[in-house]
Design a protein around this ligand. Structure first.
Ligand code: HEC
Length: 143
């Protein structure tokens, strides 16, 4: 005859193992904070109070860092650190007309300048272009 206690213990063991595995999985999924092109494209940048950390940094991370960060710095431009490109030339706080970065992300870009990102790369949508400009107009802050 099957011992009821042993059977109960086996069921309890299995349940516990299963629970531990599930919690582990939830933990792993919950901790995966790598963002994708889709995550960034699904984020709508507001018309005001644009945040560097929430909107601009992740956007540049996905659309620009492959050439301007992580060991590759085309044109010597590093977009991973705000203080490196908010320099009064690439980005002029409060001024979208003279900010070189805006010449490049505008569509069409300023005459004589190549578009950024290059056309064969995932592009910025209109909301993202407007968002970057709003961030600059609002002072290109580390917010
Ligand atoms: C596939 C590679 C690539 C990606 C992605 C890319 N760039 Fe560039 N970028 C370049 C290259 C190459 C140059 C230098 C040639 C030129 O000036 O057009 C450049 C130049 C620039 C310049 C001019 C710098 C200066 O000193 O005049 C700016 C500004 C710029 N990129 C901004 C951006 C931004 C913003 C993004 C993302 C939205 C981006 N780039 C994404 C390759 C890239």
């Amino acid at each position: 005859m099957i011992n009821k206690n042993i059977l109960m213990k086996q069921v309890a063991d299995k349940t516990l193992k299963c629970l531990v595995t599930m919690i582990g999985l939830i933990f792993i999924i919950g901790c995966d904070d790598t963002i994708t092109n889709q995550d960034v494209d699904n984020t709508v940048i507001p018309d005001k109070d644009v945040s560097f950390s929430k909107h601009i940094y992740p956007l540049f991370q996905i659309k620009c860092f492959s050439c301007h960060g992580n060991g590759r710095y085309e044109a010597g431009l590093d977009l991973t650190l705000r203080t490196r490109f908010v320099d009064g030339r690439i980005v002029v706080p409060g001024d979208t007309i003279t900010s070189i970065l805006v010449w490049r992300i505008n569509r069409p870009p300023r005459a004589g300048f190549a578009p950024m990102p290059p056309l064969y790369m995932p592009q910025l949508n209109n909301n993202q272009i407007k968002g970057v400009k709003t961030w600059i107009v609002e002072g290109a802050k580390e917010n």
